[in-house]
Design a protein around this ligand. Structure first.
Ligand code: PMP
Ligand code: GLU
Length: 392
């Protein structure tokens, strides 16, 4: 057997966030108590009416392949949702693919639009997987570093500075992991203007759409003038509906691009799980109060964690506008790096958090704490962090 795996994997790291989720599970299995503010995953279970629909479907023998684009009734429900909530008009027959996770939607979308050595601009700090997905497609991520000192605001000038003749796409994620920012109208219009000016694709990751606070607006890039024909919108069920383990998402966009993305879906996974998709229909067409209840609970936890973090010596934290992450500035604590801070907190306080450096340029000097955890866990974690810092 040849002893060398593919060269494209040589520079590739494991996902820092998934690795942390794994580490915490392993530590717990070994009996070590860990307060997990690391991995971003709702602690809520999926709502009963969604679970019941999928369970009934399995029992009724709904256990076969579905059309590769997804169940027609799910695509219809998604198209109705996009028209109602997002100002996006798509034909459910040709402009939507239901995917096993938003992650897969992103990966096959990037595969479909990026040629080797093409560049994709990603404002950072950003979620850990975009760069690796682009790399697997043979493309190059150009990281446009945002500054914590102006609240990670995205400007047209910053994007323009990173455009080159090789630029093919801009990727935006709002509400944002890890910063907790939502794109303002002005920022969204800046992305649209640059994309139109340079004829670029936009990949809009809207997975945290449903988790927003204080009336912050959600702006879908595809709804802005001149953007529908160049935007791939990715969304999914993991976060808003607490369905991480189901692996269900979708991508929508222009028919001719979706036709190419579909080939990647057909040659890799074929289709999403049949009964899982039935759960997706129940999620989108059933009662939505449970989503609002979860968001209200996240909002209360957000206050708890932000106030707690701001009470720690040398730590400051601004209030997230969406998603369930507090991105705390630890530059005043005297630690050499966010990785050092995180390792120390896991060892000394038994609290898992994610170093900001994992999220690329602009992330160092920060740590990400997921508040998709009970108030008790958050209070205990803040208490342990405070005690550890006091005894340092
Ligand atoms: N985008 C972002 C920004 C995320 O944080 C996640 C979380 N895993 C995803 C996409 C993917 O979500 P999933 O694959 O669970 O649908
Ligand atoms: N998206 C979550 C996070 O950022 C889950 C892990 C992952 O898929 O990256 O922690």
């Amino acid at each position: 057997m040849k002893d060398r795996t593919a060269r494209r994997f040589a520079g590739l790291q494991r996902s820092a966030t998934v690795a942390l989720l794994d580490l915490v599970q392993t530590m717990r299995a070994e009996g070590l108590p860990v307060l997990d503010l690391g991995g971003g995953e709702p602690d809520f279970d999926t709502a009963e009416h969604i679970a019941a629909e999928a369970a009934d479907a399995v029992r009724a023998g709904f256990t076969h392949y579905t059309p590769s684009r997804g169940l027609p009734e799910l695509r219809t429900a998604i198209a109705e949702k996009l028209a109602r909530d997002n100002g996006i008009e798509v034909d459910p027959r040709t402009e939507i693919i239901v995917t096993p996770s938003a992650k897969h939607a992103l990966f096959i979308s990037l595969l479909a639009i990026l040629d080797p050595l093409d560049e994709i601009i990603v404002p950072t700090p950003s979620w850990v997987s975009y760069t690796s997905m682009a790399h697997l497609a043979g493309a190059v991520t150009v990281q446009a570093e945002l500054s914590p000192d102006n609240g990670f605001r995205l400007t047209r000038e910053l994007l323009e500075r990173h455009v080159s003749p090789r630029t093919k796409a801009i990727l935006v994620n709002s509400p944002n992991n890890p910063t907790g920012r939502t794109l303002s109208r002005e920022e969204a219009e800046a992305v649209a203007a640059v994309a139109i000016e340079h004829d670029l694709f936009i990949v809009a990751d809207e997975i945290y759409e449903l988790i927003r606070y204080d009336g912050h607006e959600h702006i879908s890039l595809a709804s802005l003038p001149g953007c529908a024909e160049r935007t791939l919108t990715v969304n999914g069920f993991s976060k808003g509906y607490a369905m991480t383990g189901w692996r269900l998402g979708w991508v929508s966009g222009p028919a001719e691009v979706i036709a190419q993305v579909l080939k990647a879906q057909e040659h890799t996974v074929g289709c999403s799980g049949s009964f899982v998709q039935r759960g997706g229909v129940a999620a989108l067409t059933g009662p939505q109060e449970h989503v609002q209840e979860m968001v209200e609970e996240y909002s209360a936890r957000r206050k708890l964690i932000v106030d707690g973090l701001n009470s720690l010596p040398g730590v400051t934290c601004s209030t997230p506008e969406g998603a369930f992450y507090a991105f705390a500035d630890i530059r005043g604590t005297g630690f050499g790096s966010s990785a050092e801070f995180s390792e120390w907190m896991l060892r000394e306080a038994g609290v898992a958090l994610t170093p900001g450096s994992a999220f690329g340029p602009g992330g160092e000097g920060h740590v990400r704490l997921a508040f998709a955890n009970s108030r008790t866990v958050i209070e205990e974690a803040i208490g342990k962090m405070a005690a550890a810092l006091a005894s340092r």
